[in-house]
Write a protein that binds this ligand. Structure first.
Ligand code: PMP
Length: 467
């Protein structure tokens, strides 16, 4: 019995046909894959950009909700760069900002008005008064964890099992039966990460309180909903209780809104009136241009200043060199191009009207998926987080990262992803999650649903498919 109720043998026969279909219809992608094998490690510019099978899909161009590959095939894109292009590919105001700023200086290591305006807009949107910029969400998380340690004088970080916060060492762990372990597949670590990170299950207040009660946790770093592997939504009151508990035990609360920006123009923080000490967000925040930001309360800003002045040595460095010696910052963070795009995206792209269209697309998608699964007799669940819609091969929505993992059936996920891709619909290669941008309208949603309907019909018609 598999999680999905569909037999592995049928999935393998179905996937084999799709792999052949991909190979037959993507000669240009295959030629590039062959060239790439000689010059790019693993045949792709970075590990995440290789499609699982049978070869990477090479892209020619992308615009709004659509993408064209080097073989000339057009795709409706519900992956949207796994959220980096949540507002569609090359939104017109961001493309204009890129062209304008492209000719006016890219990186001066000096601020301009765009950074100030962007911070003002971020403050209005997320309700946190003070901001800093970083080059990626991973970096933003890394810096905030360092601030949290400096402020609290504590070393340990708390995360939820199944979390993903980018390439931040401290978060590359998982929980098993109350223990914290290194994530499988992790390589090149010099430190034992479990010394300074603790993991508890999401939606488990007792475990959270027990971890915090040890009194050594600098911060709880979490997404408001787990968005990796499966979509795990917080139970009623869980995040409010988590806030209460972190306060009670002297730990900070850092909300990573990089993926939950799908919830609304101010992320879950605004939509659910959450009260983080720090908030980090990257990926789509500058419309797909490399940029991330972190915001914090006035109390944190004061505590950060105190932390910088704390040690005599640090104070001397501060007087001599300014803030640059805190070890925070990277050369290209807050570059002029990123700041111009961040401002344009906040001012002109991430509007309430755009979110209305995104949320309505995702709601239609969720309703359609529920009907589709019921019609095929599949006991699968569908959840949404604003413009993000996820389906799980399980009869009830997962409550924890562990449950989400148990409901994963990678062979089925990949086979369906390939089937859809072969017919012009892209979904994420990493999880059963679909994102709606402002241009993912009803016809796009209908095309996805009818293609998936056809695929499930073909798969379930195979002898022995149901188990
Ligand atoms: N936080 C979350 C919630 C993410 O999903 C990711 C990346 N998928 C990151 C942080 C890191 O983003 P980046 O890879 O752009 O550094």
């Amino acid at each position: 019995m598999t999680a999905s109720g569909i037999a592995d043998s049928a999935i393998e026969r179905f996937a084999a046909c799709e792999r052949q279909r991909f190979l037959d219809s993507h000669p240009a992608s295959l030629r590039l894959a062959e060239r790439a094998r000689h010059s790019l490690y693993g045949g792709a510019p970075m590990p995440w950009s290789a499609w699982p099978a049978p070869a990477p899909l090479f892209v020619a161009e992308a615009c709004d909700a659509r993408l064209r590959d080097v073989d000339g095939h057009e795709y409706l894109d519900f992956c949207l760069g796994d959220g980096a292009s949540l507002f569609g590919h090359s939104p017109a105001p961001v493309a204009r900002a890129l062209a304008e700023q492209g000719a006016r200086g890219l990186c001066t290591l000096l601020p301009g008005e765009d950074a100030v305006r962007a911070a003002e807009l971020l403050a209005e949107r997320f309700g946190l008064p003070t901001w800093q910029m970083a080059g990626s969400a991973s970096d933003a998380n890394r810096f905030v964890l360092r601030w949290a340690r400096a402020i609290t004088g504590r070393k340990v970080i708390l995360v939820f099992d199944g979390c993903h916060h980018g390439s931040v060492d401290e978060t590359l762990v998982r929980g098993r039966e109350g223990r914290t372990l290194h994530r499988p597949g992790l390589i090149g670590q010099a430190r034992n990460l479990t010394q300074h990170t603790r993991v508890v299950p999401f939606n488990d207040l007792a475990a959270l309180e027990a971890a915090l009660a040890q009194g050594d946790i600098a911060a709880l770093l979490c997404e408001p909903a787990l968005t990796h592997g499966g979509l795990v939504l917080p139970e009623a009151g869980f995040l409010q209780q988590a806030r209460e508990l972190t306060r009670r035990h002297g730990s900070l609360l850092i909300l990573d809104e990089t993926h939950s920006l799908s919830a609304g123009p101010g992320g879950c923080t605004r939509a659910w009136q959450l009260e983080p000490d720090f908030l980090t967000v990257g990926k789509a925040i500058a419309g797909g241009v490399s940029c991330a930001v972190y915001g914090f309360t006035r109390a944190m800003a004061q505590a950060m200043q105190l932390a910088e002045q704390h040690a005599g040595e640090a104070l001397a460095a501060l007087e001599l060199h300014g803030h640059g010696h805190s070890g925070m910052g990277t050369s290209l963070a807050a570059n002029a191009l990123a700041m111009r795009c961040l401002r344009a995206n906040l001012e002109e792209v991430m509007s309430a009207a755009a979110y209305d269209r995104m949320l309505s697309g995702a709601a239609q998608l969720a309703d359609g998926l529920r009907e589709l699964f019921a019609a095929h007799g599949l006991n699968w669940t569908v959840s949404t987080l604003g413009a993000r819609c996820a389906f799980q091969f399980s009869a009830r929505p997962p409550r924890t990262g562990g449950e989400a993992e148990a409901a994963c059936q990678d062979n089925l996920r990949q086979a369906l992803q390939l089937y859809l891709g072969n017919r012009g619909v892209l979904i994420s290669a990493r999880h059963n999650q679909l994102l709606c941008c402002p241009d993912s309208a009803a016809p796009e949603v209908r095309q996805l649903l009818s293609t998936l309907d056809q695929g499930l019909g073909e798969l379930l018609a195979l002898p022995g498919a149901r188990c």
